[in-house]
Design a binder for this molecule. Structure first.
Ligand code: ZN
Ligand code: MN
Length: 477
């Protein structure tokens, strides 16, 4: 195993998030619809109909090309790719061949090896999706809903050398697609699809050996397992003295195995020619400027800024930039908070995310606004409420959308830091717990937490926990 190096390239198809299909006005997202519901003469390929290019699909494509550092071409051209398959009613796919929307490009990400990794792409092009076939009730069924859904296809160079980095690339790509808003990139729904090209070579060699292509991998974990399985198979074959043949393999996720599908068509078989019904796609400088006017800061840059400007740890910066919405929430809260920004980061990455998870709320429906979060942190900082009350407040604010200060006022949640009151309550806790007191005195000092907990119960969770702990220690001594 150690003598070999894997060489991996990933071909991805990304469904662009548009209301309608790329060449007709049928609804693009059919996830909740019954089969063949969103179909018209254009996307089902009836004779004599004409495609009309959807501007929104071009806009999303341009945004993605820009995010991938690809050179957006002022003129790109649509071609027909001809092949016969039941899910392709026209008998050809409208795509782009030698004049694609974007030339070159790359995506950088922190590799599992610790070093930054750059994965290049040669080009990216716009095209339409095909339909779907499936076997059901003993019959072969065809669903044309997906015909004409806009896609971007991009193929990476042979830059990836481990299954982990293949998974990494896909994770970063998915993050980027959602961040820029060009696709929901849900692999289970087929919005991000990936085929993997895999070959191996002896370490130190630079030529490329015959590769195989793995199809039908529809989760990042499946991509990882399929590549690992194929690398192991190729090494075994080569060690036995056999040659690797250029197969197309299908990943069976249930049995975690690969099976041979068919030998692949070559490009000549597709008889590409210009699509006569569409004009060249022209992207003028003005239009490009307009499309890119609100282009966001990208996740890796923002992650770096959080580390450099706010002094966050790499770990926290990673969490806070995992989704654009979360990073923007953090920026809004950080802008309002006067103290150490790391306090905001801690509350957000620990308590707020836990609250969201446990309450099952949608981050987009946050009633706990950045301003309310800052209000809570400030009340804790000022000693007006204790940290636990603050955490409870997160849940209450999220439930009713009221101002945290108003809730503290109306429910009387102010922290009790009155030495006399706490001391009196502490004494009664100790009187009721003779066993624990004896255990404490024989060395089980961890029981201090139990005493404080009992006191908190009696005082509605509002006591100053630090002060309570100090008082218990004094009395017990
Ligand atoms: Zn249609
Ligand atoms: Mn394609």
């Amino acid at each position: 195993m150690e003598q070999y190096e894997a060489v991996i390239g990933l071909e991805t198809h990304i469904q662009l998030k548009t209301k309608t299909k790329i060449f007709c006005s049928c609804k693009a997202d059919s996830w909740n619809d019954s089969q063949n519901q969103n179909v018209c003469p254009v996307c089902s390929g009836l004779p004599g109909v004409l495609p009309v290019l959807n501007q929104e699909a071009v806009v999303r494509g341009v945004l993605l090309a820009y995010a991938m550092n690809s050179a957006i071409q002022p003129i790109s051209i649509f071609d027909r790719k001809n092949y016969f398959y039941p899910d392709l009613p026209k008998g050809y796919q409208i795509t782009q061949f030698d004049k694609p929307l974007g030339l070159g490009g790359y995506l950088d990400f922190p590799s599992t090896g610790g070093l930054p990794c750059r994965v290049t792409i040669a080009k990216m092009h716009l095209e339409e999706d095909a339909g779907k076939t499936k076997n059901e009730n003993g019959a072969r069924q065809i669903d044309f809903n997906r015909c004409g859904v806009p896609l971007i296809e991009m193929v990476t160079g042979p830059d990836i050398h481990s299954s982990d980095d293949a998974a990494n690339y896909l994770t970063r790509l998915r993050q980027l697609l959602r961040w820029v808003g060009v696709s929901d990139a849900d692999m289970e729904k087929g919005q991000l699809r990936c085929d993997a090209n895999v070959s191996i070579r002896k370490k130190g060699q630079t030529h490329l050996n015959t590769k195989t292509e793995i199809k039908n991998v529809n989760s990042i974990e499946a991509v990882r397992s399929a590549i690992e399985t194929e690398i192991a198979r190729q090494i075994e074959e080569v060690e036995k003295g056999n040659r690797i043949e250029s197969w197309t393999l299908e990943w069976d996720d249930e049995n975690k195995s690969l099976k041979k599908m068919r030998s692949k068509e070559t490009e000549a078989d597709y008889r590409y020619f210009r699509e006569p019904d569409l004009l060249p796609l022209q992207i003028t400088k003005d239009w490009l400027d307009q499309i890119l006017a609100d282009f966001p800061e990208l996740p890796l840059q923002r992650r770096e800024r959080f580390i450099q400007t706010f002094g966050l740890s790499e770990y926290d910066a990673e969490i806070l930039t995992s989704e654009r919405q979360l990073s923007e929430y953090f920026l809004a809260a950080a802008g309002l908070y006067k103290g150490d920004i790391k306090r905001v980061s801690n509350w957000l990455t620990n308590d707020v995310l836990r609250m969201i998870k446990e309450s099952g709320s949608e981050p987009s429906l946050m009633k706990l606004s950045p301003a309310y979060l800052v209000e809570i942190i400030e009340m804790v900082d000022a000693g007006q409420i204790n940290a636990n009350t603050g955490k409870d407040l997160l849940i209450k604010v999220q439930a009713n959308g009221k101002s945290p200060r108003k809730i503290v006022e109306s429910e009387g949640l102010d922290m009790i830091a009155d030495d006399g009151a706490i001391r009196q309550m502490a004494q009664s806790v100790l009187d009721e717990s003779p066993k624990e007191v004896a255990a404490y005195k024989s060395g089980k000092v961890g029981l201090i937490g139990f005493f404080v907990g009992q006191l908190m119960k009696k005082m509605g969770g509002k006591a100053d926990a630090q002060l309570a702990k100090k008082i218990f220690e004094e009395i017990l001594q």
